[in-house]
Design a protein around this ligand. Structure first.
Ligand code: VGL
Ligand code: ZN
Length: 199
């Protein structure tokens, strides 16, 4: 077994004070740093949108958190966040980024959002992470980070569907929990065989 820690989107914009702040988002940073020592590989993801991204409410003259129909299906419209090169897109300053073998960026396609670290929201355009993991013989993944109900959830579900053994350490995640999204995410992850653990 080769076991990687996949740290999802621990970035300033998802922490208190950020553009799309997740309550308690900063509370998980020290625990994630400590956990890094227990794995064969550490991979960080970074939400990385161009200005004017199609997932931004401001690009549609719409209210943040409203839902629109995209060619690939329904899409929540978010406040502008994680704009390439911005302070908000940087990792939380206390996150141990030096320990990462790989940093994978997602959401750079102007027309398609990417919650998952594996596929864009069209569910077909790959990020390349699957190939990276397979060529390193990584077969088991523990996911932590932000947000439980969006990017952690989509990444965990895709990983399980791709055949990885997946667990989400919910103690090292925090959720947006918008409109029942956390309960739906937990049920959806368990349905495809993702193990949810407390720590
Ligand atoms: C995320 C909404 C938009 C996340 C990213 O990291 O969970 N959520 N972009
Ligand atoms: Zn985003």
């Amino acid at each position: 077994m080769t076991h990687a820690l996949l740290v999802i989107d621990v970035q300033n914009d998802f922490c208190p004070g950020g553009a799309l702040a997740v309550a308690g988002g900063d509370e998980i940073v020290s625990g994630i740093n400590a956990a890094m020592n227990d794995f064969d590989a550490v991979i960080l993801t970074q939400d990385w949108h161009p200005a004017g991204h199609s997932s931004f409410a401001s690009s549609h003259n719409a209210e943040p958190m409203s839902v629109t129909e995209m060619p690939y299906g329904p899409q929540v419209l978010w406040p502008d966040h994680c704009i390439q090169g911005s302070t908000g897109a940087q990792f939380h300053p206390d996150l141990t980024t030096d320990r990462a073998d790989l940093i994978i960026r997602k959401g750079y396609n102007p027309a398609i959002d990417s919650y998952s670290a594996f596929f864009e929201n069209d569910k077909t355009t790959p990020t390349g992470l699957d190939g990276y993991l397979r060529t390193r013989d990584i077969d088991t993944l523990t996911l932590v980070g932000l947000a439980t109900d969006f990017c952690v959830n989509y990444s965990a579900v895709d990983a399980a569907k791709l055949g990885f053994k997946v667990n989400v350490n919910t103690g090292l995640c925090r959720a947006i929990d918008f409109d029942g999204s956390l309960a739906a995410a937990k049920a959806g992850m368990q349905e495809v065989g993702v193990a949810l653990t407390a720590n």
